[in-house]
Design a protein around this ligand. Structure first.
Ligand code: S3P
Length: 428
């Protein structure tokens, strides 16, 4: 068991910080580059444990990688010419790898078996099996969990409606559609992150987007040889909250992805009184980016409605932290999906913030918080969940006493140098 001790100290989150490349976009860059039989150049790829799981997975079906000067070069096989993996494909801790690969491999003429670590084995996989089987896939799971066996089958075109609030499920169906026999019309009931759609539109000719409808044409025709990955807003979120919660902070987070399906948490923090603005807006491989400027602010409580959750899904741990140190009461409704993340995040958020001294409780699928002035500190556990480890670290900056985090090195899943970035802001 790894333990990280954060001694009581002063933190000021000032200066400029570049957080790593976006995790969701990095997974997709690796997967889409496999369609290209020529070389694809990927810049700013996040080389974290989760993205490496995707690289190993596509490596085991014939895709090659090289690194030069911090850039990653891939040589794909084309979507119909992957090789059968001689072994079970290990998706590690990564739900995105497992679900997107299930879609990609469901229309192949060979069998694949996907497995994952203890935590991934607890996460639901029927949510991808069910829609994929509607379009012709033949998949078996272990009572809804991994390992997953994907049997050879043909994907049909036609119409399908996605009702799950999951970008991973939507992306699995889009990828399967690219291996199909005719056009696939996908209707999206709930808006979720749209990185697959944006990247497909930038890298191939095979998607038409019309409101909440997406038309996929099989057999990707490549129109680009480079994918630039913007910086990750979900990683930036930890330092945004750190800056808001600590006096005299003035932080610039450079060139972060500000796709509206990812930065709803910034709207919420602004409503709470947070001083946050965007400068130097631009577009990177189809994704909107900007420098995010944050200054210390005094926050007030707020209620978050369940309809907003899909656009905030990965930032709930730090939002709950901000609410715990805000003035007045807050409520977050409809958090059922948090039960299926790297840990049961309702339990891990509530238990760990309570240890530190927050006034937070879980009622059904909701969280209720009454803000306190400061935390006391204590012995915490990450539940092997990267976002919980980082939430505890940022919470420690407002603790009267030391904080110890057990199992802290799970931060490697999304932010391998997190503690290096974090200690830069320590002032004594
Ligand atoms: C992701 C989608 C989200 C998110 C996860 C990454 C993606 O999961 O929580 O960290 O890359 O598509 P769901 O779509 O299953 O909610």
């Amino acid at each position: 068991m790894s333990e990280y001790l954060i001694e009581k100290s002063k933190y000021i989150f000032s200066g400029e910080l570049k957080v790593p490349g976006d995790k969701s976009i990095s997974h997709r860059a690796v997967i889409l580059s496999t369609f290209n039989k020529d070389m694809t150049k990927i810049t700013n790829l996040l080389l974290s444990d989760d993205v490496k799981s995707t690289m190993y997975a596509v490596g085991s079906i014939g895709v090659m990688f090289a690194e030069n000067n911090g850039k990653i070069f891939t040589r794909g096989t084309g979507i119909r010419e992957y090789l059968e993996s001689p072994e079970t494909i290990d998706c590690g801790n990564s739900g995105t790898t497992a679900r997107l690969l299930t879609g990609l491999l469901s229309g192949q003429n060979f069998k694949s078996v996907l497995d994952g670590d203890k935590s991934l084995r607890l996460r639901p996989m029927d949510r991808v099996k069910e829609p994929l089987e509607k379009i012709g896939a033949n998949i078996s799971t272990n009572n809804g969990n991994m390992p997953i066996t994907i049997n050879p089958s043909k994907i049909n075109g036609g119409n399908i409606k996605i009702t799950s609030p999951s970008a991973q499920v939507k992306s699995a169906v889009i990828l399967a559609g690219l291996t199909g026999d005719s056009e696939l019309n996908i209707e999206l009931e709930i808006e979720t992150r749209n990185h697959t759609e944006i990247m497909l539109n930038n890298f191939t000719e095979n998607i038409k987007i019309n409101g909440n409808k997406v038309l996929i044409t099989p057999d990707p025709k490549i129109i680009n040889d480079t994918i630039d990955v913007p910086n990750d807003p979900s990683s930036a979120a930890f330092f945004i909250i750190g800056a808001l919660l600590n006096v005299n902070s003035h932080l610039i987070l450079s060139q972060v992805c500000i796709n509206p399906s990812r930065v709803k948490f910034i709207d919420i923090l602004k409503e709470m009184g947070g001083d946050i603005s965007f400068e130097n807006k631009g577009i990177l491989s189809g994704e909107p980016v900007a420098d995010i400027i944050v200054k210390s602010s005094s926050l007030k409580g707020i209620n978050i409605n369940k309809n907003d959750i899909p656009k905030l899904i990965d930032e709930i741990p730090v939002i709950a932290l901000a609410m715990s140190l805000a003035q007045g009461g807050s409520k977050i409704e409809g958090l059922n999906e948090l039960r299926f993340k790297e840990s049961d995040r309702i339990t891990s958020i509530v238990s760990q913030l309570s240890i530190l001294g927050a006034n937070i409780k879980n009622i059904g699928d909701d969280i209720e918080i009454s803000g306190v002035e400061e935390f006391k500190g204590g012995l915490c556990d990450s539940f092997n969940d990267h976002r919980i480890a980082m939430m505890i670290a940022i919470a420690s900056t407002r603790c009267k006493n030391d904080v110890k985090i057990s199992n802290y090195n799970c931060v490697d899943i999304s932010y391998p140098n997190f503690f290096e970035s974090f200690t830069k802001f320590k002032k004594d």
